[in-house]
Design a protein around this ligand. Structure first.
Ligand code: KIV
Ligand code: NA
Length: 263
């Protein structure tokens, strides 16, 4: 099969086909993900929690991200690889240019940054230099200390409008994808309809253009899994089987269901 590019994902949005993303961190998982039909691999800074044992993503460094992007790249040359930019490595557009360069040179095809309107210039500048950007709105984990915990965002009217406006602004600035994390179903649907870029949901209901889950949650490695996740290994024989089930359920509109969703 052909390598997945942003054009593949745009075409899928246009045709109403769901695509599948997994946050993962190493070469063997990256290889299995592609064989199981996963279109996008996110080397997430969630690795701070899932792999390194920190209680948030705040301690994650550029060096750690680069190490894991390189590993994922060695395992997979067909999926689109997205690399998270860690906490405070894109606080200014200049910093973002320097640090995004390193993530791209480690093997990513796109970088992901958390935040709204304040990132519009950064998105535009990166895009002009040839660096695609995935924006990330809703529960942005690098802001956990400002939120006072990992909590659903966009439940009140003002917050919901802010998220919608931020999404539109980043779309106009040229963002290529948008992750929506832990927002009500209806808001994710509204944002998805309002922007041209494909949206990827996690705890955002089934109306986004794609879904993302963390590999640890898919495989039952998380002691207290979040409500929006699902252990697909319990219904499968092995890890590739669990990934195939996740892919099939997303594409069929069967995952997420009501039990994974915030109203
Ligand atoms: O770091 C990560 O894995 C993420 C996803 C959960 C969207 O940002
Ligand atoms: Na992340």
């Amino acid at each position: 099969s052909q390598p997945i590019t942003i054009n593949t994902l745009r075409k899928m949005k246009a045709e109403g086909d769901k695509f599948v993303t997994v946050a993962l961190y190493d070469a063997p998982m990256a290889a299995m993900a592609r064989k199981s039909g996963v279109e996008v691999l996110l080397v997430g800074d969630s690795l701070g929690m899932t792999v390194l044992g920190y209680d948030s993503t705040i301690p994650v460094t550029m060096e750690q991200m680069i190490y894991h992007v390189e590993a994922v790249k060695r395992g997979n040359n067909k999926s689109l690889i997205m690399g998270d930019m860690p906490f405070m490595t894109y606080a200014t557009a200049e910093q973002a240019m320097v640090n995004a360069t390193r993530i791209m040179q480690a093997g990513a095809h796109m970088v992901k940054i958390e935040g709204g309107a304040w990132l519009a210039d950064t998105v535009r500048m990166l895009g002009e230099c040839g660096i695609p950007v995935c924006a990330h709105l809703g529960l942005t984990p690098q802001s956990v200390n400002k939120f006072g915990g990992f909590r659903v965002q966009g439940r009140d009217q003002a917050q919901a409008e802010q998220i919608l406006e931020d999404a539109k602004l980043l779309d106009r600035a040229g963002a290529d994808l948008l992750v929506l994390e832990c927002v009500p179903n209806a808001l994710a649907a509204k944002v998805t309809a309002a922007v041209s870029m494909p949206t990827i949901g996690i705890g955002a209901g089934r109306d986004t253009n794609a879904q993302v889950l963390v590999i640890n949650d898919i495989l039952g490695l998380t002691p207290q899994p979040p409500k929006f996740s699902k252990n697909f290994l319990v219904e499968a024989e092995d890890i590739p089987g669990a990934l195939r089930k996740y892919v099939a359920d997303v594409k069929a509109g069967m995952f997420p269901d009501e039990s994974h969703t915030f109203g």
